[in-house]
Design a protein around this ligand. Structure first.
Ligand code: PAF
Length: 284
């Protein structure tokens, strides 16, 4: 079983001990998660295990990144199950702090990446990225990792964390890991458990719309407006898609594109029933 820590001080002491005990430098990889681990998380963990001496997986459903009407209360939690997955993979340390530990009484310091946090997801989830960057910075401060593993599934989050690391001169390398998909193409997400069988079929509209867009691009259609129209029409043909928040075409740094080319990103957020799904696609 991985060692489970709930307190910042205890984890820090443990990691300090590990670093002192060995005669050569010990590399540490941090995989920040909100738990309910799936294949996407497993890919992050495997990458960290390959590249570092010690892998720390943090499991913390961070309240500050959820809006007042979002799914904080119902977000799936199962620490025992997550510990078993971490054990199978060979994780060294799990950090599952309490709220009091991460947000001590009187907590009033936040970190915010301007600009990037205000577009796309930022428009629909005000305050979300401030919560993400604040907690990720705190986790980096607790673990002092050499490498930080982030999935491309939440592409905007990855770009914002990269920006924060650069801007604040944090001594950590951000390692992006490709999105893992279910066999039918649905991007792995802890929120997929909310979907009924019927809803899951409609959730697949996202992946299928990426394939459609890629096919059109391959045929020479590069105009973002036309591609958006085609994708929207296609997605709307799925009965349980309730609302499309956005279909966006950007370059790899999230700047909007008018003409789409290789290496650009297509980002989608939509609602299937009461579940909000986000996914993205690298144009090839
Ligand atoms: O992607 C997530 O699961 C969360 O946003 C993260 C990075 C663990 C911060 O709470």
């Amino acid at each position: 079983m991985p060692l489970l820590f709930r307190k910042v001080k205890e984890l820090r002491n443990h990691l300090k001990g590990l670093k002192c005990d060995r005669d050569k430098p010990v590399s540490v990889g941090l995989v920040p998660t909100m738990g309910y681990l799936h294949e996407g998380h497993k890919a992050l963990i495997r990458e960290s295990l390959l590249q570092n001496d010690i892998t720390v997986v943090s499991i913390y459903v961070n309240p500050t990144q959820f809006g007042p009407n979002e799914d904080y209360q119902r977000y799936p939690r199962d620490l025992q199950r997550d510990m078993a997955i971490c054990e199978d993979l060979g994780v060294d340390v799990v950090f599952a702090p309490t709220d009091e530990e991460m947000y001590p009484l009187g907590f009033s310091t936040e970190v915010y990446v301007k600009g990037l946090s205000e577009v796309l997801e930022g428009k629909f989830r005000p305050g979300h990225f401030k919560g993400v960057t604040t907690i990720v910075l705190k986790l980096i401060n607790v673990v002092s990792p050499d490498r930080l593993y982030m999935g491309e599934k939440d592409y905007q989050q990855l770009k914002i964390v990269e920006r924060m690391v650069k801007d604040l001169l944090l001594p950590v390398e951000v390692v992006p890991v490709k999105t893992v998909r279910e066999p039918d193409g649905l991007a792995c997400s802890s929120r997929n458990v909310y979907l009924s069988e019927e809803e899951r079929k409609s959730a697949l509209s996202i992946y299928k719309s990426f394939l459609l867009a890629q096919e059109l691009i391959n045929k020479g259609i590069k105009d973002a407006k036309t591609l958006r129209q085609k994708m929207e029409e296609f997605i709307r043909s799925f009965p349980l898609v309730r609302k499309i928040d956005y279909i966006a075409f950007t370059d790899k740094d999230l700047n909007p594109k008018i003409e789409v080319e290789k290496g650009d990103r297509i980002l989608v957020a939509l609602w299937v029933g009461n579940t909000r799904l986000v996914d993205n696609w690298e144009v090839s």
